[in-house]
Design a protein around this ligand. Structure first.
Ligand code: 13P
Length: 253
């Protein structure tokens, strides 16, 4: 069976818990994924449990925006894989550029988080992307390849593991202007070559999804999905309204 297209709604820190519940209720009501689509809501930690009570029995999946690599103990402010599993999460964002920028998350931390997700049956969504300055300096391919290589250092995949890699150019996030499709496809092909250095073609085809994120909306999504290398999207701003997110999903094919 062909891989499902993945749609992740990254709500970041944009909603209060009661607003997240309201939005989840509206989405459960209105958004019906087709058999070839999977839709996953990523609320902040504080709203996970509440959103789970709404989305838990629906067709919508639940994920988290971050994870810590220890299972329990004196790690103030962190959340473990055990907690995320208990709250019904199936996937976790790892290494989002906002965490790299504001929380000084390093490639080594990202690598530990990826391993932790896989050990606990969670799908890590590894985010990579260059800043505007890095791009201007002609370093884009080098930066994204290096981030991915380090994130996957020593990561072995069993046949049960699922992984996603999201190309999110930092300067496109929240800009209202997505990267041009040709550029997205080219960069995903570069990342795919790297994956093929480490994993078999079958594993890359069946167990790893290549995503794009950065100002995806209902107007640009069809163009982005114009090449099969793109297998899903990571949506910020356009996932904060049920109508916008629904329109985006409807417009994707
Ligand atoms: P925007 O869709 O708001 O640009 O956010 C993208 C993003 O960071 C998703 O993780």
């Amino acid at each position: 069976m062909a891989k499902k297209k993945l749609f992740f709604a990254n709500w970041k820190m944009s909603l209060l818990p009661n607003q997240a519940v309201e939005l989840a209720e509206a989405m459960v009501d209105k958004i019906k994924p087709r058999a070839d689509q999977a839709i996953c809501l990523l609320p902040s930690f504080s709203a996970l449990s509440l959103v789970q009570t709404v989305a838990g029995k629906s067709q919508l999946q639940l994920g988290a925006q971050d994870i810590f690599w220890q299972e329990h103990g004196a790690y103030t402010g962190e959340e473990s894989a055990l907690t995320l599993r208990e709250l019904g999460c199936s996937s976790v964002l790892v290494g989002h550029s906002e965490r790299r920028q504001y929380c000084h998350e390093t490639d080594e931390m990202v690598n530990k988080k990826v391993k932790t997700c896989l050990e606990h049956g969670l799908q890590p969504i590894i985010c990579v992307g260059e800043t505007f300055e890095e791009r201007k300096d002609g370093q884009k391919d080098f930066i994204v390849m290096q981030q991915l290589e380090k994130a996957l250092s020593g990561v072995k995949l069993t046949k049960f593991d699922r992984l996603a890699v999201a190309y999110e150019p930092v300067w496109e996030i929240g800009s209202g202007q997505a990267a041009l499709p040709d550029e997205v496809w080219y960069t995903l092909q570069v990342l795919k070559q790297l994956l093929l250095n480490q994993y078999s073609p079958e594993v890359v085809r069946d167990q790893i999804w290549l995503l794009y994120g950065g100002s995806v909306d209902a107007d640009n999504i069809l163009g982005l999905f114009g090449h099969p290398v793109l297998e899903g999207v990571l949506v910020g701003g356009s996932s904060l309204s049920v109508d916008n997110f629904n329109q985006l999903i409807q417009a994707s094919s």
